[in-house]
Design a protein around this ligand. Structure first.
Ligand code: PLP
Length: 449
């Protein structure tokens, strides 16, 4: 570890924490959350902090990733080999590099039929912005320049650049940063548990009707695309009704509106398949991916674009958009090694198995008065807490308290989103570890009042 001038090489945890407070601006941190946990090492599904405490990582580095687990030598070697060969050269204009070509071809092979073109980013927000630009440019090039509106959904999380942040349904991402991106409209998300949102109708009937009315109000000729997570993550791991995406897709297609699947969380095996949008019948035009692409070993995102759209945005003066680290050779080499591990170790099947373990082990929590719903989608789960089961009123302080207590008393790391406790562990999670996570949750939640 490199040391700064006056910081000893193995600095005591307290000193690191003080300096962290003094020098680092943390994203998404409220001022009243003054704790610090400095993670120094990992292996598989376990991490250690600077004080030597061991934690079970039930939330993919507390950020929905880590498909292949922590500290795999295969991925470190792939990075070192590529750095020793070619660390970077731009992908702009006429230049390219071999790892990015190989990765793009491999992703095209995994992607749904008709999606063979790949645009690289550093992460999810950039991917979402790139998808918005691609959608608008596609319509522009096809002679429909008025198609600029983006439809997204309340409670969605798409990132925090101006484009992705405006499309997100979390107030804090926008609060005080205005004005936001214009021409973004939000519709109701599919949250079957919250039937109060749908006025007594089946959620899909209500939501399809709402979308049709929204399109009529804005005018189909003004709308570029709709964006949605196949299974909403930040909303608390919420699988929609089975007929939701096929029916939404039908409405969009009838009006020439593109569909962007935000698969930053759900791709590369998280839910047991390569792309959850495909299984859900989204038939997306653009698929935004990141996180699981490298399991977090390098920052990288890939936007998978349907061939006809890719043709339109690369014609004439081309797609004048993209960042310095586009198709970074080291990140792409690491992604290749990551996909090798996913395939070799059958981690997509393992994700399904982890889901079955969570279903079984979390079952006792379903009986508690403070648990509204337990939802599982492959290797990710949400436990939604309620103040009152009848009214489904959220137990807002509950999830944060459960998350803190799990970390403190059980050394299990999860995340809390509004009233939901969320799990998304590495796909190398072992049976005993899955049981340990669920038992800890059941114990802590059983004490909630
Ligand atoms: N989309 C989804 C569904 C996400 O969960 C996230 C991040 O968690 C993003 C987009 C933004 O990705 P990034 O933080 O890499 O910009």
């Amino acid at each position: 570890m490199a040391a700064s001038a006056d910081l000893p090489i193995q600095a005591p945890a307290s000193e690191l924490k003080d300096r962290d407070r003094k020098y680092v601006i943390h994203p998404h941190q409220r001022a009243d959350r003054d704790e610090r946990h400095i993670i120094v090492r990992g292996k598989g599904s376990t991490v250690w902090d600077a004080e030597g405490n061991e934690y079970l990582d039930a939330m993919g580095s507390a950020n929905w990733m880590g498909q292949v687990g922590h500290a795999r030598p295969e991925l470190a070697e792939a990075a070192a080999e590529q750095m020793a060969e070619l660390q970077y050269f731009t992908g702009f204009d006429v230049y390219s590099n071999e790892p990015s070509i190989r990765l793009a071809e491999r992703l095209a092979g995994l992607a749904p039929e008709g999606i063979d073109r790949v645009f690289f980013t550093n992460g999810g927000s950039e991917g979402v912005d790139s998808a918005f630009k691609a959608a608008r440019l596609f319509h522009f090039r096809r002679g429909e320049p008025d198609r600029t509106w983006i439809i997204s959904r309340r409670l969605a999380y798409h990132g925090c650049t101006y484009g992705s942040g405006t499309a997100s349904g979390f107030d804090l991402v926008q609060h005080g940063f205005g004005p936001n991106l214009p021409n973004v409209e939000k519709v109701t998300p599919p949250l079957p548990f919250h039937s109060e949102l749908y006025g007594g109708q089946h959620p899909t009937d209500f939501l399809v009707n709402e979308l049709e009315q929204t399109i009529e109000r804005i005018g189909a000729g003004n709308i570029a695309a709709m964006i949605g997570e196949p299974v909403m993550g930040g909303a608390g791991v919420v699988p929609p009704p089975d007929d939701y995406w096929p029916r939404i897709r039908e409405v969009l297609s009838a009006h020439g509106i593109l569909l962007i699947a935000d698969e930053v969380v759900t791709s590369y095996g998280r839910t047991g398949v390569w792309f959850e949008s495909q299984r859900r019948g989204m038939n997306a035009d653009i698929i935004v991916t990141s996180k699981g692409l490298t399991s977090g070993y390098m920052p990288l995102g890939a936007v998978l674009i349907r061939n006809g759209i890719a043709d339109a945005i690369t014609e004439a003066e081309g797609f004048f958009h993209g960042h310095t680290y586009f198709g970074h050779p080291v990140a792409c080499a690491v992604a290749m090694a990551n996909l090798d591990v996913l395939e070799r170790e059958g981690l997509l099947d393992r994700a399904k198995q982890i889901g079955e373990w969570f279903e079984a082990d979390l079952a006792p929590a379903r009986e508690f008065p403070t648990v509204g719903e337990v939802r599982v989608a492959g290797a990710t789960a949400g436990i939604e807490l309620v103040a009152d089961r009848q009214s489904r009123e959220p137990l807002l302080a509950g999830a944060a308290a459960v998350s803190a207590e799990l970390r403190r008393a059980h050394h299990v790391i999860v995340r809390d989103y509004n009233a939901t406790v969320v799990l998304a562990p590495p796909l190398v999670l072992e049976r005993s570890q899955a049981r340990q996570i669920s038992e800890a949750i059941v114990e802590v939640v059983s004490r909630l009042r």
